[in-house]
Design a protein around this ligand. Structure first.
Ligand SMILES: [Zn+2]
Length: 145
């Protein structure tokens, strides 16, 4: 079970859903979130920040490490580790994934009663195409799919 949290970026124009694997870290470990609009304000420090297609996540790495140590979790907290392993990263593969998924389900909903097999097939095909698009665009989590 993961808890979800919606977080606005620094300029407030965009928001994302975040995921917290095993609820190991509290939301405060993500100090600041920058969207492509407010990204120029971000101080890109490789020890504390991670960039993904124009978005920047700034982590309180020391605090994350303290939580890891407290739980006897023998990993070194780095922005890459926190993000790639899902301890504090996007819900889904990229910001907005939730909305895309919801729209897709809504659009295909009439098919559920007409032809369930076709519904499942179309859902799968369209989602696969979406993920391929994310991968091509360079989204970090999509690269692993
Ligand atoms: Zn912003």
């Amino acid at each position: 079970m993961c808890m979800n949290e919606c977080r606005f970026c620094e300029c407030g124009r965009n928001s994302v859903y975040l995921s917290f694997r095993d609820n190991l870290l509290p939301p405060e470990v993500l100090l600041t979130l920058y969207c492509p609009h407010c990204r120029p304000q971000a101080a890109l420090d490789r020890d504390t920040t991670l960039e993904d297609c124009g978005w920047v996540l700034e982590y309180d790495v020391k605090r994350a490490q303290a939580y890891f140590d407290l739980r006897g979790f023998k990993q070194r907290a780095t922005p890459e580790f926190l993000f790639d392993e899902g301890y504090l990263s996007w819900q889904g593969l990229a910001p907005g994934d939730e909305a895309v998924n919801a729209r897709l389900h809504r659009r295909l909903e009439p098919l559920v009663r007409q032809d369930y097999a076709l519904y499942l097939q179309t859902l799968k095909t369209e989602w696969t195409a979406h993920v391929a698009g994310l991968k091509e665009a360079g989204w970090r989590k999509a690269q692993a799919t």
